[in-house]
Design a protein around this ligand. Structure first.
Ligand SMILES: O=C(O)CCC(=O)C(=O)O
Ligand SMILES: [Fe+2]
Length: 187
């Protein structure tokens, strides 16, 4: 069997620290809900987001602006832990807040041209468990479903963005909040 394009480390952060980090993020982030234009029609994205990054990072992706304005001090320890663990000097992080199971993310891959495509993207999940779907681009029968839980770290190899797409499907019966942080290296 082919090697799957990711490594999943369960409970990379222990539950007590994961719960504390969730609380701090919720209290300190000014969440945004950008609009996306699909076939000329505007839609609010079905979740809240925030981009953090080194100042100087500035680009637009699917009509959503990502502007790095430096890092809040309280975020630096988690940025350093993930960067050290993954041996990548991450300089950007996209935060997503799924307020409940109505919030979701459609099929995509993270292949913006501004990203360093030789480096993995690392995704830290906090709060409620949610399904994470993966589908191979050239062979649609190749599919994977992961349940991402509180404290899990998913390290996506570069091929995960070039050969696969991923999504977070709606889960109507899930009323709990989930956070996800994707650590990214921009050129
Ligand atoms: O919420 C997740 O686990 C996935 C987030 C994601 O795919 C992204 O931010 O690009
Ligand atoms: Fe993604």
């Amino acid at each position: 069997m082919d090697k799957l394009p990711f490594t999943l480390i369960r409970k990379w952060i222990k539950p007590i620290s994961a719960d504390k980090l969730t609380e701090v993020i919720i209290e300190n982030i000014d969440w945004e809900q950008p609009t996306l234009k699909i076939y000329g029609k505007k839609h609010l994205v079905p979740r809240l987001t925030k981009f953090l990054g080194d100042s100087g990072i500035h680009y637009k992706y699917s009509g959503i602006e990502h502007i790095g304005k430096g890092w809040p001090g309280w975020f630096l320890p988690i940025l350093k832990s993930v960067s050290d663990y993954c041996k990548v000097d991450y300089n950007g992080c996209l935060l997503n807040l799924y307020r409940n199971g109505d919030d979701c993310m459609g099929w995509h891959s993270d292949n913006e041209k501004e990203l360093d495509h030789k480096k993995p993207i690392s995704s830290l999940s906090l709060g409620a468990s949610r399904d994470f779907f993966l589908k191979n681009r050239s062979n649609s029968s190749k599919k994977e479903t992961l349940i991402l839980r509180n404290g899990d770290l998913l390290i996506m190899d570069p091929s995960c963005q070039s050969n696969w797409i991923h999504s977070i499907p709606r889960r109507k019966r899930n009323q709990e909040l989930r956070l996800n942080l994707t650590f990214r290296k921009y050129i």
